[in-house]
Design a protein around this ligand. Sequence first.
Ligand code: 13P
Ligand code: SF4
Length: 357
Amino acid sequence: SNEELHDRIRVAKQVLGDRVVVLGHFYQRDEVVQHADFLGDSFQLANAAQTVPNAEAIVFCGVHFMAETADILARPGQSVILPNLAAGCSMADMADIDSVEEAWEQLTAIYGTEPDETGRVPIIPVTYMNSSAALKGFCGRNGGIVCTSSNAATVLEWAFERGQRVLFFPDQHLGRNTAKAMGVPLEQMPMWNPNKPLGGNEVAEIEDARVILWHGFCSVHRRFSVAQVEKARAEYPGVRVIVHPECPMPVVDAADEAGSTDYIRKAIAAATEPTTFAIGTEINMVNRLAAEFPQHTIFCLDPVVCPCSTMYRIHPGYLAWVLEELVAGRVVNQITVPDDVAEPARVALERMLAARP
Ligand code: 13P
Ligand code: SF4
């Protein structure tokens, strides 16, 4: 039964004590969240992975790219465990290293590599945290940086100080929403089409570009629509609509605010008057917020449940299993990033960690 599982997890954690730290992303289901020593958005969890004191093992209740990041940032000898290896992210899979290298080759052939009179290089690669370690390594090797949804604007500013333009991958929506909010015109944000030579773009379009967007998207967040925002406003006059920046641009434009999971949480926590919130993000998190803040009315914009199916793959049964294996002295489901990838990826991640949300 579930209670039995929870007891097993509690007992194993008690035996392990400080030797293990369980990190959980806000999108995890409640049965997992209740066992997390630290809960956060992807920036906070990367930061936590770097700063957990002496734990021998970090059990990461989240998705694969987060566990890879934790392994890159963890101390030597610390092992990072992903309770279910099938917990990936479909968006992260939308940019592979070969396609990005190929795009980079074509773009640098157009722009060259010479800095302008102010010392800015022609192009800087920026990868969203939701990407493989190989892409973070690519950014580290090519003067680039990683961003999360909470520090994307700060990171783009960092990039524009050093470069005339940016190649942003894999999430077109986060790239577009962030750059638009910074005043970059839409016509200067062409989308790269990896299936055609030169991305299928006109050379002129590419020459004028300030942000070249990859074609990736989040299958959870792209479901949100302007119609849902309008319906919420019609049904609940005065409603505050807050969405995640992985939502398509028209949805972000129709909302009152957009921000990372932690931003959404803090916005609700800071509301002093009873308020109605319509939220555009993953359902497990929205339901938890609704339970945590009963003085407010909080609901998900999408009436049909929209969980992140891969986050959901972290079942408490897997958590119990990996913890009990640790008790028995065995490390299972370890995520290890090879040194030749981890070293440049760490460079790009440390630049990001310095760019506070
Ligand atoms: P944040 O935790 O940065 O808000 O990201 C949400 C997400 O999609 C993680 O996969
Ligand atoms: Fe990936 Fe979207 Fe799930 Fe985040 S919510 S892990 S971006 S599929």
